[in-house]
Design a protein around this ligand. Structure first.
Ligand SMILES: [Zn+2]
Length: 222
């Protein structure tokens, strides 16, 4: 299987394609590939029984397609842990090179890597790492953009996109950081937050790509 085909399966999975149909438009936006090319590739993957398509509705992964997608995500996220922990990569550098490594990592290698890293549960960006059985435990999280002034929360997960990762890392945001919303500007304006003893401002767009757990919820669980 080519890396290109694998990326389709992975993206479909991330969009929820293991559970329901994902339409071509959504997939073409996520992959930044023209809709015509997307339709063509979906037809090929459907012939290989990795997904099923329904005219005008979209595509859904088969059991085999899900297995491939999950093993790619597993490799991707484990490599990110390795690159950051052992080679001093930045958030975005790790994501970038994990995109390459995930396509060339046989099961034996990812399993050994996982043991070497002492079975991490999350990637450095807060995404859950599927276990060897392919199970993922995703908790229910809230988007930072839905918080109002006065709310305190813990940063749990950020979208893996180069510009966003660089932007957030420059601001000093980390997974596990506690933030308090000081104010939210009108018309989808920036959020002003306290982070440690600093005050930072992040755009509304970025706040829509950061997942948090409200502070009180976190306390109840612990
Ligand atoms: Zn990651």
């Amino acid at each position: 299987m080519t890396p290109n085909k694998e990326d389709y399966l992975k993206e479909l999975y991330k969009l929820g394609g293991s559970e329901h149909l994902i339409n071509n438009k959504q997939l073409s936006q996520a992959l930044k590939i023209a809709p015509a090319s997307v339709s063509e590739m979906l037809a090929k993957l459907s012939q290989e029984a990795l997904l099923v398509t329904e005219p005008y509705k979209g595509a859904k992964l088969t059991k085999e397609g899900i297995e491939i997608a999950v093993s790619l995500l597993r490799g991707h996220r484990l490599w990110e842990v390795f690159l950051i922990r052992h080679l001093g990569y930045s958030w975005s550098e790790a994501h970038e090179d994990a995109e390459l490594l995930e396509h060339v990592s046989p099961v034996r290698l990812t399993n050994r890597l996982e043991g070497f890293l002492n079975y991490p549960e999350y990637c450095p960006h807060g995404n859950a790492i599927p276990n060897q059985m392919g199970q993922i435990k995703e908790g229910a999280l809230t988007l930072l953009s839905t918080l109002t002034a006065g709310k305190t929360a813990i940063i749990k997960k950020v979208q893996e996109e180069k510009e966003l990762l660089d932007y957030l890392q420059t601001q000093g945001i980390e997974i596990g950081s506690q933030i308090t919303v000081l104010s939210v500007d009108d018309y989808e304006g920036p959020f002003t937050l306290t982070l440690g003893d600093k005050k930072i401002r992040i755009s509304h767009k970025a706040a829509c790509q950061i997942y948090v757990a409200a502070r009180s919820e976190t306390k109840n669980k612990e």
